[in-house]
Design a protein around this ligand. Structure first.
Ligand code: FE2
Length: 356
């Protein structure tokens, strides 16, 4: 079966009739009856999707929801339209195609449907190299043993929807957290820091997520563990269990567990209490926030400001700088200049060669 109409090719008002992966499906109660909210994706990207059905026919919506399968490919017939600054798919009459259930994924090409901007092989190799760079043997062996026992770590997403929410996203996020942690420590003047324990903490801070997702079809579904326990306590359990048969120093283990326990969110409980734990905490936030802002800005037009759904705050797309620096396009047209200076010196001249 050949794929047509990719997510990337869609524009406002486009009518769509194509196959997409469905994930994060939830049935909700609206003013006009039940509807389904979900994410649709293919190899080119992801998009929010609302399945309204027709005239609040709850039975139809419930029927479509019951045959939907997370990570599987479904027939989507609807219209792409802007909502809160982002394109969103709306399905009304097309709900009848969803009633057919998922397509046989053995007949489909994964290259058309698996969404992952991450280079999983390269990121895995780089993370293993970072682990091998830990100098204290006990800490190094513990980190390497965890990675060897939880291969899923290198494949699962880092989140359901916010940042790094794609195949290999957790490994990519972890790589960034180690880099930021090392940069923070290197940037601190006159502070004694323990690089080994900070790098080990950065490498393992989200290891609990390795057991929070399961591969299904062309995507990953979230396991109940994630919503019931979160990802920190499963991570602590994994490390404690692996440490039982390891030679890791007990103080190093305590510090590592403190870093994992305190890394998450703006207000972790308890708060970080060491320089290394704060470094990983800030590195984790930095990695998440930069990706959230970048994704929100990417969906806006030049000169546009809007509320970023991932950042949960306003974002702005500076037209010239974004276009010139990131896309290396032609420099922007400069505003009309006044007459040259009387002495002949063209001191207003700007050097635009710096842009590319
Ligand atoms: Fe994280």
């Amino acid at each position: 079966m050949k794929k047509k109409d990719t997510i990337q090719s869609l524009g406002p008002g486009d009518m769509v009739d194509a196959l997409f992966v469905i994930s994060n499906a939830e049935i909700r109660e609206g003013k006009r009856g039940q509807y389904i909210t979900c994410t649709i994706s293919d190899a080119t990207g992801t998009m929010a999707c609302k399945i309204w059905g027709v005239n609040g026919q709850n039975a139809l919506v419930k029927g479509a929801y019951d045959v939907m399968s997370e990570g599987m490919v479904h027939h989507i017939a609807g219209q792409a339209s802007p909502y809160n600054g982002e394109l969103q798919m709306s399905v009304n009459e097309g709900i009848m195609y969803l009633m057919e259930g998922p397509a046989d994924h053995t007949l489909l090409d994964p290259n058309d449907f698996v969404f992952s901007p991450a280079d999983c092989t390269k990121n895995r190799a780089e993370l293993l190299q970072m682990a091998a760079g830990i100098e204290r043997p006990g800490l190094r062996e513990l980190v390497e043993e965890v990675f060897a026992s939880y291969e899923a770590f290198f494949l699962v997403p880092a989140a359901r929807a916010k940042h790094h929410a794609y195949r290999g996203g957790l490994a990519e996020h972890t790589l960034e957290v180690v880099r930021y942690t090392e940069a923070f420590l290197a940037g601190a003047e006159g502070i004694r820091t323990d690089r080994d324990v900070a790098v080990a903490g950065a490498l393992l801070h989200d290891v609990g997520k390795a057991v929070c997702f399961a591969e299904q079809g062309f995507s990953f579904s979230q396991l109940p563990t994630y919503s019931l326990l979160g990802h920190i306590s499963p991570g602590i359990s994994i490390i404690e269990q692996m440490a039982e048969d390891s030679s890791v120093d007990r103080q190093d283990l305590s510090h590592l567990l403190h870093i994992v326990q305190t890394h998450h969110g703006l207000y972790s409980d308890p708060k970080p209490q060491t320089v290394e734990a704060w470094a990983v905490h800030q590195a984790d936030n930095t990695s998440a926030i930069l990706h959230e802002v970048a994704s929100d800005v990417e969906d806006t037009g030049p000169g546009e400001s809007r509320f970023g759904s991932r950042l949960k705050g306003p974002v702005y797309h500076f037209p010239e700088v974004m276009d010139v620096v990131y896309n290396c396009r032609e420099p922007p047209e400069m505003p009309e200049r006044h007459s040259p200076a009387p002495d002949g010196k063209d001191d207003e001249k700007s050097d635009l060669s710096q842009w590319c």
